[in-house]
Design a protein around this ligand. Structure first.
Ligand code: ZN
Length: 560
């Protein structure tokens, strides 16, 4: 691609062009502003180069010589890069009349490239620094066969269709507004209904699993965050403090210390443990505007947070319980494919090495006990303890980080919490932090893409749409609606004076799971005729039977 760009735009300067997870890119400094329309032209030139099938020849050059070589060609970016390479010599690759700095390796010759596609153009600062010049980046992808390329392009099409930002708008689920601020989410009624359904499921299951539910404030004194160590280890993600009556307060980036103070509010005995405190706790974290992305990376979000306080001999069993609970919750949302990672001690950490080892062993034993496969992520633990991360695979096979389970030997020490043992001595409890969905915002974003906006019945903002054929059916329709609402079914009615085909399309755009068309036949026989959002006919039934049919699917949380 770089060779083709050089042929077509000889004045272009070349920056960097690596292979990345989704293909490759190259950053160019060029007076011509690239657009999507330029890509076919560059592709044509690339095909010529491939056809010529010139070999890629590796050349080693002393650094000084390479600097001179690129200086003469006006390749200032390359000169900068070479000056930072520690080795005595650098390697260059030559193909036809094109030569570039490259570590290699390469294919033998250009003709080995069998299938490729240029995907998009974007702006990118030199070295990702906004103080530097904005360069132009062209993204592309290449595969060994045309068939694999075709499959990948179809996948990209599907990804585009499922983009939660696009579906969020089309389905009227959420929005963000510049007047309010970046990364702050407005949940619209339809999105809020889905969130409420998730939350009540979450609450019910937590009570069933022996958790107690808490509410805590959105801010606390700055001194608290000094005590916990957050100010030392987490400052870059925290907002500036605000002053109230001469004291500094900080909006909370985490819920943990609040739960600790509830633990501390009374004398705890060894018999009280484990104590499991859970909260849908809203936190605020500083993220650079450049990394914000729809619902997936935001500045204000609600964690499905919990803290388990237990004795050392209870850690393994508690982690095991959390693992089982997590997998159950994830499976309910249709995630049965996941990758598990165990993250160990990072460079910046608190606590003793012995404490870290104990915690890591407990996590490892719980995973082994459950027979779960996992990978070790060395040095990726949080500053206060090791953790297990569970990344789910969605219906397209994409990986998303959701659940996390973290053992903490640190905060109990710092905030000095204890429980009274059987021997009447005081002991330090172990604290386990865990979130199953991660944050509701992010999880919602993942769900939208996972279901492509076609939510299962129990989550759908509107579960059934009643569509009248003409005005004389409105009254009967309204009586059905009243019966359904009384049963807690989310139903709406389209009694407008419009063609039925149009009404069906409207409900289909909103991906409403079921529709009932109400006409003369239904009115006369006191029945409904129910169909699915994909057009499939379920059949005729009485209103009583309809209610039972819907309630069964809702309570089983099946995917319609
Ligand atoms: Zn926590």
């Amino acid at each position: 691609m770089a060779h083709a760009v050089k042929e077509l735009f000889p004045d272009t300067k070349f920056a960097i062009g690596p292979a990345i997870q989704g293909g490759f890119y190259y950053d160019f400094d060029c007076d011509h502003a690239f657009t999507q329309e330029d890509l076919p032209r560059i592709e044509e030139k690339m095909k010529e180069i491939i056809k010529a099938n010139k070999p890629f020849v590796r050349k080693e050059m002393p650094k000084g010589e390479a600097v001179k070589f690129f200086q003469e060609r006006g390749e200032t970016y390359k000169v900068e890069l070479i000056n930072e390479i520690a080795d005595e010599t650098v390697s260059l690759y030559e193909e036809g009349n094109f030569i570039d700095l490259c570590r290699g390796p390469h294919l033998e010759s250009a003709g080995k490239v069998k299938a490729f596609k240029l995907l998009s153009v974007a702006g990118a600062y030199w070295r990702g620094d906004e103080k530097n010049k904005m360069l132009q980046r062209i993204y592309g992808v290449s595969f060994p066969t045309k068939d694999e390329l075709k499959k990948h392009l179809e996948f990209l099409e599907e990804v585009k269709k499922r983009d939660h930002r696009r579906l969020g708008k089309e389905l009227d689920l959420f929005s963000m507004n510049d007047d309010i601020g970046s990364g702050l989410v407005l949940w619209h009624p339809r999105g809020a209904t889905i969130r409420r359904a998730i939350e009540s499921f979450w609450l019910d299951e937590h009570y069933k699993s022996g958790y107690q539910i808490l509410y805590t404030p959105h801010m606390a004194k700055l001194d608290l965050w000094k005590k916990t160590g957050h100010l030392d280890f987490y400052r870059e993600n925290m907002y500036s403090p605000m002053e109230i009556e001469g004291l500094d307060y900080e909006i909370k980036p985490m819920n943990c210390p609040f739960h600790v103070y509830i633990f501390k509010s009374q004398l705890r005995s060894y018999r009280d443990l484990p104590l499991r405190f859970a909260e849908l706790g809203t936190v605020y974290r500083y993220e650079r505007s450049g990394v914000l992305h729809g619902l997936l990376r935001v500045r204000g979000f609600t964690q499905d947070d919990a803290h388990i306080f237990c004795r050392e001999d209870q850690i393994e069993n508690e982690v095991l319980k959390v693992l089982e609970f997590t997998l159950f919750i994830l499976a309910t949302f249709g995630f049965s494919d996941y990758d598990i990672y165990l993250s160990t001690r990072p460079e910046k950490y608190v606590g003793t090495e012995e404490a870290w080892k104990k915690a890591t062993d407990a996590l490892q034993q719980a995973l082994t006990h459950k027979g779960l496969k996992y990978e070790i992520d060395p040095g990726e633990g949080v500053f206060y303890g090791p953790k297990i991360d569970i990344k789910v695979r969605d219906s397209l096979g994409r990986q998303w980080q959701c659940s996390t389970i973290q053992v903490d030997f640190n905060i109990p020490e710092r905030l000095d919490i204890t429980y009274r043992g059987a021997d009447s001595k005081d002991y330090r409890p172990i604290m386990i932090h865990r979130a199953l969905m991660g944050s509701l915002e992010r999880f919602f974003g993942v769900l939208i893409e996972h279901y492509a906006g076609a939510f299962p019945l129990w989550l759908s903002p509107v579960q059934l749409s009643l569509l009248t054929i003409s005005d004389r059916h409105v009254e009967y329709c309204r009586s059905i609606m009243d019966s359904l609402i009384k049963e807690g079914i989310r139903v709406d009615m389209d009694g407008e004076n419009e063609k039925i085909g149009y009404k069906i399309r409207k409900a289909a755009v909103l991906k409403t799971p079921y529709m009932c068309i109400i006409g003369d036949k239904e009115l006369e026989n006191n029945i409904v005729n129910i169909r699915k959002r994909n057009g499939e006919n379920v059949g005729e039934m009485s209103v009583e039977k309809l209610i039972a049919f819907l309630k069964d699917e809702i309570s089983n949380r099946r995917k319609s």
